[in-house]
Design a protein. Structure first.
Length: 277
């Protein structure tokens, strides 16, 4: 079960915080309360975030203050659990929220996190700061994840190319040039079977559809190198990469530029290789 906060789960966690014998003595929920609330999810959320935050919410009588506490609970949930949906927050809350369930979105609405922003409104200022703080946290874990998964993908590509060149019986070696310069737009310089230089951007994806982020800097390199440019996507624990050539990349980029209306004014886009979505 993927842990989330819904109205049903939240209400169950609030009740459990008042009757924590359900947890400590493993009592049946029905011994205390008959309801349609999600008891199983409530137990998980209660254990995940601890009793204190739910007790604080229960003890507060002022509605606006309760909303502030709910915002704190939501923030604590994302900071502690770091779900993949957080990686989309730097692109704007709308991209983040669309990756959550409708029921989870309802909790954001209950916390006034979806209100129309007005610069002179104190609640709006609190809400803006909440989003900015979580977005900043999201950027920090994004950098950590990119570095961790990026290095893994780069190493796999480097070793893959070494083996390929050996099998081709070419007395050539790949170069892990992106290690020294992140602005090159590629990670590994290798060779094709005709001993022509090729430039490879390595990507590591934990998604079964191979979804990955592609930067404008990498795209500029692809445009410059054309048929000598490739992206190797290492999907989960696969032993070989899904390789994308310039033409395939161009199709994704041009489609995005047309649909988004941004033209070439973008920094990073999401690509899902064809045949995997």
């Amino acid at each position: 079960m993927t842990l989330e906060i819904t109205k049903s789960i939240f209400d169950a966690a609030l009740f459990i915080s008042k009757n924590n014998k359900i947890v400590t003595e493993n009592k049946k929920f029905s011994d205390y309360y008959y309801s349609s609330v999600d008891y199983v999810g409530g137990i998980e959320l209660y254990k995940n975030l601890g009793r204190e935050v739910f007790t604080e919410y229960n003890n507060e009588k002022n509605l606006e203050e309760k909303k502030k506490i709910l915002r704190k609970i939501i923030s604590k949930f994302f900071i502690k659990n770091k779900p993949n949906s957080l990686l989309y927050l730097p692109y704007g809350p709308i991209h983040f929220l669309e990756r959550l369930s409708l029921n989870f979105n309802q909790i954001f609405e209950d916390a006034d996190l979806l209100i129309a922003i007005e610069s002179e409104n104190e609640v709006s200022k609190d809400v803006m700061k909440w989003w900015d703080d979580l977005s900043q946290f999201s950027r920090s874990i994004m950098q950590d994840k990119k570095l961790e998964s990026g290095r893994s993908g780069e190493e796999k590509t480097f070793n893959y190319e070494k083996k390929k060149l050996k099998n081709l019986k070419l007395n050539l070696k790949p170069k892990w040039e992106g290690f020294w310069d992140n602005k090159l737009g590629y990670d590994v310089q290798s060779w094709d079977k005709k001993s022509n230089k090729i430039y490879i951007e390595a990507k590591s994806s934990k998604q079964s559809n191979g979804e990955f982020f592609f930067s404008m800097n990498a795209w500029k390199c692809a445009v410059a190198e054309k048929d000598n440019y490739f992206v190797q996507v290492w999907i989960q624990d696969n032993s070989s990469p899904r390789e994308m050539n310039y033409k395939e990349l161009e199709g994704h980029v041009l489609k995005y530029e047309k649909i988004s209306g941004k033209g070439d004014r973008w920094d990073t886009i999401t690509i899902i290789p064809k045949g995997l979505n």
